[in-house]
Design a protein around this ligand. Structure first.
Ligand SMILES: Nc1ncnc2c1ncn2[C@@H]1O[C@H](COP(=O)(O)OP(=O)(O)OP(=O)(O)O)[C@@H](O)[C@H]1O
Ligand code: SF4
Ligand SMILES: [Mg+2]
Length: 334
C-alpha cells in the first residue's frame, strides 16, 4: 500500500462501539431502474462510531447506496427491495416521506461530492445554514445565527460572522466544502455520508476536509460512510472497507485485513492499479470495462474480467460469506 498522504490515524484512536447492535444493518439492498439492477443484494453493517469506506470503480453503485439510504431516490425513479435497520428505525426502505423528513438532516446527513453545485447559489451560506437550524431544530432566528457562527468556526472558517453574508460563489472550493460539512453536521447526525467529499479539491485541502469530517464525527461517537476512489485514503481514514463491483459486494472487512491481503480477485486487481508516482497517487481502472446491464452475468458480475473465473462463476452467484477474517463473495479466492 502506498505511503500515507495524510496522517489521520490518531483520529481513529477513539474506538468504535462494537458490543452493542450496529447502528446500521442493511440486508439484501436491491435497486432497479427499469430492468437495470443497479444494486444487487447489498448487505452491510456499520457500528456506532465506526468509519466505513465504500470503494469500487465508477458505476459500482457507491453513490446509489448513499442516496438510497438517505431516502433521496423516489419511488418513480427506481424500485428498492431489501431491509435497512437504522438504530431504532426498523426499516429505512419502508419509510414514507414524512418518516424521511424526520430523519434526514437530523439523524442522517450527507456531504455531497461537489459543494459548488449542492449549495444554492441564490442564498448566502448563512441563510442556508440558519434555515437548516430553524427548520430541523426549531431554533429562533438569533439562536440559529449564533449557532451558525459557532458551526462555521468549528469547521475552520475565519471571520465566521462576516462569512454568513457570503454567497457560495464568493468562497473558494475548500471553503464551500467546509460550509457543506457545517450544514451536514448542523444537527449532530448519528450517521454521515460523505460522497467523495474531496474529489474536486487539491491534495492539501483534501487532507484538511477529510481530517475535519473525521474529527467532527469521531469526537461525537457518530458513524461515517465515506465514498472514495482512493484506496490509500480509505486505508488511512476508515476502520472498515466494502469493495463494490457493478452493484454487488465483492469483499468487506477491516481495512488493514482487506487491503494488506486482498482475497478477492477484484480487490486485488483494484489494488494493483493504484500506482505511486512520487507523492501522487493515480487510480486507473483495471483493464476492460464493467459489462452493460443487458450483458451482466447472472452470477458473479466480475466474471467477464476475472482472471480466476471458473465455469460456474458467470451462472451461479457466490454468497457473501465469512472467509479468512472478512466477508467475501467468490468461488475461487486468491
Ligand atoms: N438516474 C439514473 N438512471 C439510470 N441509471 C443510473 C442513474 N443514476 C445512476 N445510474 C447508473 O447506476 C450505476 C451506479 O451509479 P453510481 O452513481 O451509484 O456509481 P458510483 O459508484 O457512485 O460511480 P462514481 O464513482 O462514478 O461516482 C451506474 O451504472 C449508473 O450509470
Ligand atoms: S466468483 Fe469467480 S468470477 Fe467472481 S471473482 Fe470469484 S473467481 Fe472471479
Ligand atoms: Mg458516485
Amino acid at each position: 500500500m502506498n505511503a500515507p498522504l495524510l496522517d489521520v490515524r490518531p483520529l481513529l484512536d477513539v474506538p468504535p462501539v462494537l458490543d452493542v447492535p450496529p447502528l446500521l444493518d442493511v440486508q439484501g439492498l436491491t435497486l432497479c431502474r427499469g430492468d437495470k439492477r443497479i444494486l444487487d443484494g447489498v448487505s452491510m453493517t456499520l457500528g456506532r462510531g465506526e468509519t466505513l469506506a465504500l470503494v469500487g470503480e465508477s458505476g459500482a453503485g457507491k453513490s446509489t447506496i448513499a442516496f438510497a439510504l438517505m431516502g433521496l431516490i423516489g419511488a418513480k425513479e427506481a424500485t428498492i427491495e431489501g431491509r435497512a435497520r437504522f438504530d431504532d428505525v426498523a426499516d429505512l426502505v419502508a419509510l414514507d416521506e414524512k418518516g424521511w423528513a424526520a430523519l434526514r438532516g437530523q439523524r442522517l446527513a450527507m456531504v455531497f461530492q461537489d459543494a459548488g453545485s449542492a449549495l444554492n447559489p441564490s442564498y448566502t451560506v448563512g441563510a442556508q445554514l440558519i434555515s437548516v437550524l430553524r427548520r430541523k431544530l426549531g431554533l429562533g432566528r438569533n439562536e440559529a445565527r449564533t449557532r451558525a457562527v459557532t458551526l462555521l468556526e468549528s469547521v475552520g472558517i475565519n471571520d465566521a460572522a462576516v462569512r454568513l453574508s457570503a454567497y457560495p460563489h464568493e468562497l473558494s472550493g475548500g471553503m464551500q466544502q467546509r460550509v457543506m460539512v457545517a450544514i451536514a453536521l448542523a444537527c449532530d447526525p448519528d450517521l454521515l455520508f460523505a460522497d467523495e467529499p474531496t474529489s474536486a479539491l487539491d491534495v492539501t485541502i483534501q487532507a484538511q476536509i477529510v481530517s475535519l469530517i473525521l474529527e467532527q464525527t469521531r469526537a461525537r461517537g457518530a458513524s461515517c460512510i465515506f465514498v472514495l476512489h482512493d484506496l490509500a485514503l480509505a486505508s488511512q481514514c476508515c476502520d472498515r472497507i466494502m469493495v463494490l463491483y457493478a452493484g454487488q459486494v465483492m469483499e468487506a472487512g477491516d481495512c488493514r485485513t482487506v487491503l494488506d491481503d486482498p482475497r478477492h480477485p477484484y480487490t486485488r486487481l483494484l489494488k494493483s492499479c493504484v500506482l505511486e508516482i512520487g507523492a501522487e497517487i493515480l487510480d486507473d481502472p483495471p483493464e476492460g470495462g464493467v459489462p452493460s446491464y443487458d450483458a451482466m452475468p447472472a452470477g458473479c458480475r466480475f466474471a467477464t474480467r476475472c482472471p480466476r473465473a471458473l465455469p460456474r462463476c458467470a451462472a451461479e452467484r457466490p454468497p457473501l460469506a465469512e472467509f479468512d477474517g472478512r466477508a467475501l463473495a467468490c468461488w475461487n479466492p486468491t
